[in-house]
Design a binder for this molecule. Structure first.
Ligand SMILES: Cc1cc2nc3c(=O)[nH]c(=O)nc-3n(C[C@H](O)[C@H](O)[C@H](O)COP(=O)(O)OP(=O)(O)OC[C@H]3O[C@@H](n4cnc5c(N)ncnc54)[C@H](O)[C@@H]3O)c2cc1C
Ligand code: FES
Length: 275
């Protein structure tokens, strides 16, 4: 029998304490201390988050369900694990989480899912992040160290402020040219693969970017892993809300992903994923 690839978390919801909230251009970085004896998350795993107060019960009850977030960074502190989440405000849940203040309580369930796998022996990882997809790439860069190539694409310089979180230098592209190269991060990836055709690509970003990465890697027979999104209500396999189509049939992304081998996918353009 194969070893269990997940880091199994205690299944219950617990309360972490927000330690800092920082604005980073277009994004917000929320740090929280998780004092529970929970396992250290693996890069690419995620948590279901909800503010302990003022979550649901408003005029239209939204946000009601918790929301899924990759941890962007983890650090061991005397009182437990400090988890950092990088948020983009797109609706009521992300708006409430971005409005948290130090000292408030954050309800967390996790770490959940299966994150990035180690590349095959001898294949160098190349990390690729698009927009808020930089979050699960950051914790991987922390683990792999500054010599690992990191390619990041953002809409504008305000979004690209997140690049400053990375432990080493990054190659940067923006849609409007206000920071780094003007263009898409996939152009940076194409050049990188010209120089390093034996690399393994580890990518997270919006579905059109992931689909461009998938096609590029398939054309060149380059191994790739894609951190995907889909609507997640529970995060641990109970609701089937997160199913995505693969070459082997439908799978629950919260259990078998969110990181999938690109070769399992006909397309990364999954309905309901991404903003
Ligand atoms: C495994 C995983 C990891 C994620 N990591 C991060 C992260 O690190 N940082 C971050 O900012 N966001 C992340 N997301 C996306 C985040 O969960 C959604 O932005 C959030 O649920 C939106 O909630 P809302 O109430 O603010 O907006 P809603 O009103 O619920 O939605 C606003 C818009 O976002 C879209 N949306 C809603 N939920 C999702 C979802 N789960 N996936 C994709 N699109 C969605 C909706 O279709 C809508 O267009 C992740 C999602 C998954 C599945
Ligand atoms: S989110 Fe409920 S089964 Fe995956």
């Amino acid at each position: 029998m194969e070893a269990e690839p997940r880091t199994l978390a205690p299944p219950e919801r617990r309360l972490a304490t927000v330690t800092a909230v920082e604005r980073l251009g277009a994004y917000t970085l929320v740090r929280a201390l998780d004092a529970a004896p929970a396992p250290r998350p693996q890069p690419g795993q995620f948590y279901m988050l909800a503010a302990a107060a003022r979550w649901g019960g408003g005029d239209d009850e939204r946000p009601y369900l918790p929301r899924a977030f990759s941890h962007a960074r983890v650090a061991e502190r005397p009182g437990g694990l400090e988890l950092s989440f990088l948020l983009e405000e797109v609706g009521p849940g992300t708006a409430r989480l971005a409005a948290l203040e130090a000292g408030e309580r954050l309800a967390v369930v996790g770490p959940l899912g299966v994150g990035w796998r180690a590349p095959a022996a001898g294949s160098r990882p190349v990390l690729v992040g698009g927009g808020i997809g930089a979050a699960p790439v950051l914790c991987l860069a922390d683990e792999l160290g500054e010599d690992t190539p990191v390619l990041l694409g953002f809409r504008s310089a305000a979004h690209a402020e997140a690049a400053a979180l990375f432990p080493g230098p990054v190659e940067l592209a923006t849609d409007d040219g206000s920071a780094g190269r003007r263009g898409f991060v996939t152009e940076l990836l194409r050049e990188r693969l010209d120089a390093e055709p034996g690399a393994t690509v580890l990518a997270c970003g919006p579905p059109p970017m992931l689909e461009a990465v998938r096609r590029l890697c398939a054309e060149r027979r380059v191994a790739a892993q894609l951190a995907m999104e889909s609507g997640m209500a529970c995060g641990f396999g109970a609701c089937f809300g997160c199913v995505v189509p693969t070459r082997d049939g439908y799978l629950r992304l919260c259990l078998e992903g969110p990181v999938l081998d690109a070769g399992r996918l006909e397309t990364a353009l999954v309905a309901g994923a991404g903003h």
